[in-house]
Design a protein around this ligand. Structure first.
Ligand code: ZN
Length: 313
């Protein structure tokens, strides 16, 4: 039997949030539809931040409304706070993803409050979720940013990562995302941290969110895979580089991740040749934006095993 790995496209959030040119609403929707048609089952399609903070997401309502009509798609949106959560609930988003930084300095510079205050805010969001009628209740994810290091504080204590994970788990999170926001993680660290987080989480799903900033993105995916992680965030064309580091690569490249996993015999549900066409479409819609990835450059090898998902269905 083929083992499945769940992939979540985060490009429409993590990728677009760093791009100043506004991607027209209709082109965002076209991206979403095309990737769903290529087999993507889960996408984070925007961020429910105040539009004046990130104008790119001023059309979040329209994009989310469109995404919710895509067959079989689990629609995710990022929420910065309780207000964002309220917007998400009103829209009927399937999963709301809250983010806090394990590093105190990063959390303060990002949201101007302590990590503990962010955890307390998360508990209020859990209460909001629980107050919804069952059929309208979203699942709630929580990302632990800077779990592997921080641009402000440097090293981040692994014990602190676990202590915060424990608090978020006991608060009632539905999915934990352990994130290397700044591209500091290495495979040995990834093995250590995920082994412990998976043990803590028990039945609660744990996803890995890596950036390829220093070229270790796929190595870290593999390390997490080897200790049992079966959920990964990735981004079409590896978008999402830091706006302050021109040319820096962003998220792990979705196409390369699909290639590695399917070549190793895992099923992702994604049709890779179709995904490479989606990449072409989105690249054409975002002139001047750097797209990364090796499979797109080199093409598929003669030994390509094909889309195992289709074979397994
Ligand atoms: Zn990210």
């Amino acid at each position: 039997m083929t083992e499945t790995v769940a992939l979540r496209e985060v490009g429409m959030r993590d990728g677009l949030q760093n791009i100043r040119q506004f991607m027209p609403t209709e082109r965002k929707q076209a991206w979403c539809a095309a990737e769903v048609a290529a087999g993507m089952r889960e996408m984070e399609v925007g961020s429910l931040v105040p539009p004046k903070l990130i104008p790119q997401f001023a059309d979040a309502e329209q994009v989310i409304g469109f995404a919710l009509k895509q067959p079989g798609l689990k629609v995710n949106a990022l929420i910065p706070n309780l207000k964002g959560a309220e917007r998400g609930v009103a829209l009927g988003v399937h999963q709301l993803n809250y983010v806090l930084s394990v590093s105190e300095g990063h959390n303060r510079s990002n949201v101007r409050r302590s990590t503990q205050e962010s955890i307390d805010d998360f508990k209020r969001i859990v209460a909001l979720r629980d107050a919804q009628p069952k059929e309208r209740r979203p699942t709630l994810g929580c990302g632990l940013a800077t779990s592997f290091g921080c641009t402000i504080e440097g090293a981040v204590d692994e014990k602190r990562v676990l202590a915060i994970a424990e608090q978020i788990l006991s608060a009632g999170v539905d999915e934990l995302m352990v994130a290397d926001t700044v591209g500091y993680a290495d495979p040995a660290q990834v093995r250590r941290v995920f082994t412990q987080v998976l043990r803590l989480a028990g039945k609660v799903p744990v996803a890995a969110h890596f950036h390829n900033t220093r070229g270790l993105g796929l190595a870290n995916v593999l390390a997490a895979l080897e200790v049992g992680v079966r959920r990964f965030d990735a981004c079409l064309g590896g978008m999402g580089g830091c706006p302050y580091a021109p040319g820096a690569t962003g998220n792990v490249v979705m196409e390369d991740t699909v290639f590695m996993l399917q070549q190793m015999g895992f099923s992702t549900g994604v049709d890779l040749p179709a995904l490479l066409l989606v990449r072409k479409q989105v690249e054409a819609d975002l002139p001047g934006v750097a797209f990364h990835g090796d499979v797109a450059r080199a093409g598929l090898p003669k030994t390509w095993r094909g889309n195992l998902a289709a074979a397994a269905e």
